[in-house]
Design a protein around this ligand. Structure first.
Ligand code: DHB
Length: 308
């Protein structure tokens, strides 16, 4: 049994697409909605208007992961709101939003509040790839102020997507802020911002935008992702669920995320590289590990990581 919950939303299994992967176009969303092995659907982070995103090339596969600087290509907020309110919804949805400013974020949240949408919303405070738009969640005071303004009017289930933190003091600081608000969940981690990759033959960057700087994901992000899930689970109120994102390529990786405290697990780079079949394979691999260990539900081991 791989069922799991975020607040009162029940998912048939814990696996989600990472936002941005297989969730931008109508066709991708339909395929994801119809995939039997993903527990829920997360939409590409929406801005008020549609965007082409950054110039190409903007995604590059690495030996053990990926680097990208997509720049928020998306069909615009109304398209995704329509999709999650009007389509043939067969699994829970998470509507991801990423305004270009606090004002835009508040405006989008007002529109969600006033709509008939009853699913989960996720505010992306951590996109690293838009020039002039800092990763808000690295600014603790601004994040706190923003959440204060949001929860003054927003009454639907809301989570936030966080960037990775690398200092234990930063975990203390962000958790102290987040614990003041009735968040449904945090999603940790977004890509590791502003990495660099070099093509030796051409002696060049591999990405066009931003002089080659881009967000790093995939297997090489797994230790950072596990640390962020673990550190936040140790600090956040138990009412705040955790979506573990980062570096999951196998059932073992998902098992590790759950041991660290993840309620849900999302798959980004591996889903992009392998396609939707990754869901079935990783589901099966996790079930095999649980069988071998005699576990029947995720609660049997979630958060129960042992220390040496
Ligand atoms: C993009 C990348 C991210 O990591 C994110 O959170 C949002 C958007 C992007 O470049 O499109």
């Amino acid at each position: 049994d791989l069922s799991s919950k975020i607040q009162n939303t029940q998912f048939k299994n814990l696996f989600l697409n990472a936002s941005g992967i297989h969730c931008q176009s109508k066709k991708e969303l339909e395929e994801l909605m119809n995939d039997h092995y993903s527990g829920g659907l997360v939409t590409k982070s929406a801005t008020p208007n549609s965007r082409f995103g950054n110039p190409l090339p903007r995604y590059h596969s690495l030996p053990a992961g990926s680097i990208n600087s997509m720049g928020l290509p998306n069909e615009g907020f109304q398209f995704y709101l329509d999709y999650v309110t009007h389509s043939n919804i067969q699994k829970p949805t998470i509507l991801s939003i990423a305004g270009m400013s606090k004002e835009e974020d508040l405006e989008l949240l007002h529109q969600i509040q006033d709509s008939k949408y009853q699913g989960l919303t996720e505010l992306n405070l951590s996109c690293p790839n838009v020039i002039g738009k800092p990763q808000m969640a690295y600014d603790f005071a601004s994040s706190n102020q923003m959440l204060k303004e949001i929860f003054a009017f927003f009454k639907k289930p809301l989570g936030i997507k966080l960037p990775p933190y690398f200092d234990l003091v930063h975990f203390d600081k962000i958790a102290k802020i987040l614990n003041q608000y009735p968040l449904s969940h945090v999603n940790t981690i977004n890509s590791i911002g502003n990495g660099m990759w070099v093509d030796i033959e051409s002696e060049s960057t591999v990405l066009k935008p931003k002089g080659g700087f881009g967000g790093v994901g995939g297997a090489i992000a797994l230790p950072t992702a596990l640390a962020n899930v673990r550190a936040l689970r140790q600090r956040l109120n138990s009412s705040i669920n955790i979506i573990g994102t980062g570096g999951v390529t196998t059932g073992q990786d998902a098992f590790a995320h759950i041991l660290c405290g993840a309620d849900m697990v999302s798959i980004g780079t591996q889903l992009y590289e392998e396609g939707l079949g990754a869901f079935q394979r990783i589901n099966n691999e996790l079930i095999e590990i649980m069988k071998a260990k005699g576990y029947h539900s995720l609660d049997d081991f979630r958060g129960k990581l042992k220390e040496q």
